[in-house]
Design a protein around this ligand. Structure first.
Ligand code: NAD
Length: 298
């Protein structure tokens, strides 16, 4: 296999994803605005491109892994003209659904092909190539990208047309944010009622309260030894990233006139929590804020 991949955005996620492509035999030409990110990727065998446009010029596939929608759209404006007609643009960043659709449209108008392919699985999944990709775009483009996505992850699901991957990502993370708050509130309520964490866990994890936020990422130490609560809430999935994803969900809720009161409230609560917890605390640490504020109210 001799495919050449341009990889733009070699940060926490993009760096190890690009390294996995190199390991699998792809020729990867990388670019990032931060020189230390390029240095790390180069150590893993990624070739340095002097600019994103240069990386894209001789690529079969352009993968982007950038912070937000405006970065993706700005970059597409810079590089679409440089790429060969028909190049496949795969954006793995988590961005607004509307921005993803705009990116698809600009790529198509420039004679390119496009997919949105955000991921779940975090930095650990990026390093271990166990990411899940949620993909929006055409069936032919998905089929073409599949070997590349399966090199960087364990699963890729085509969710529909342009933007559908981003839509699936923010809907899933809205469930997750709301359920983590629900589980945390239940533990704090249990504490006030004299119920032990283990007792509530043993009941809810095998009853109708069961969910990932409880049984895998349990927000209190003890019942699930591998959960971030047992290591002073080191991430895991950082509070700031949950706040970002819920912000995207809230934008879509408002734009669509959807009555998602819990989703909007979860977005507000995580925005406030992330201001303090940032990227250093797992999103399950919100249980401590709920507990502290309950104390204030008592
Ligand atoms: P990051 O900040 O570590 O990396 C982003 C990189 O993009 C940075 O190195 C930055 O310098 C680079 N960049 C920005 N604009 C650029 C441009 N115009 N040209 C070249 N490089 C540019 O972020 P990350 O943690 O790797 O996350 C990337 C994306 O993945 C985000 O959209 C995030 O929401 C999503 N995501 C992250 C995680 C996670 O656990 N970190 C999990 C799932 C999804």
């Amino acid at each position: 296999m001799s495919r050449t991949v341009a990889f733009i955005g070699l940060g926490h996620m993009g760096g190890p994803m690009a390294a996995n492509l190199v390991r699998a035999g792809y020729r990867v030409r990388g670019h990032d605005l931060v020189p230390s990110a390029v240095d790390r990727a180069a150590q893993a065998g990624v070739e340095r491109a002097v600019s994103a446009a240069e990386a894209a010029a001789d690529a079969d596939v352009v993968v982007t892994m950038l912070p937000a929608g405006h970065h993706v759209l700005g970059l597409y404006d810079d590089i679409l003209a440089a790429a060969r007609t028909g190049t496949l643009f795969v954006d793995c960043s988590t961005i607004d659904v509307a921005d993803a659709r705009t990116a698809h449209g600009r790529a198509l108008a420039a004679g390119m092909r496009a997919l949105d392919a955000p991921v779940s699985g975090g930095v650990v999944g990026a390093e271990a190539a166990t990411l899940t990709f949620m993909v929006g775009g055409g069936e032919a483009e998905f089929a073409e990208a599949l070997p590349l996505l399966e090199t960087m992850g364990k699963k890729a699901v085509r969710c529909g047309g342009p933007g559908a991957g981003q839509a699936a990502k923010i809907c899933n993370n809205m469930i997750l944010g709301i359920s983590m708050i629900a589980v945390s509130e239940a533990f704090v309520l249990g504490e006030s009622l004299g119920l032990s964490h283990q007792a509530l866990y043993d009941v809810a994890s095998t009853a109708s309260g069961q969910c990932w936020a409880l049984s895998v990422n349990c927000p209190v130490p003890g019942p699930v030894p591998a959960s971030p609560a047992n290591r002073d809430y080191r991430p895991g999935f950082a509070a700031a990233l949950m706040a970002k994803d819920l912000g995207l969900a809230a934008n879509a809720v408002r734009a669509g006139g959807v009555r998602a009161e819990l989703g909007l409230r979860a977005s507000e609560l995580y925005a406030a929590y992330a201001e303090r917890a940032g990227t250093t605390e797992d999103f399950s640490g919100i249980v401590r804020t709920i507990r502290n504020q309950s104390g204030e109210q008592a």
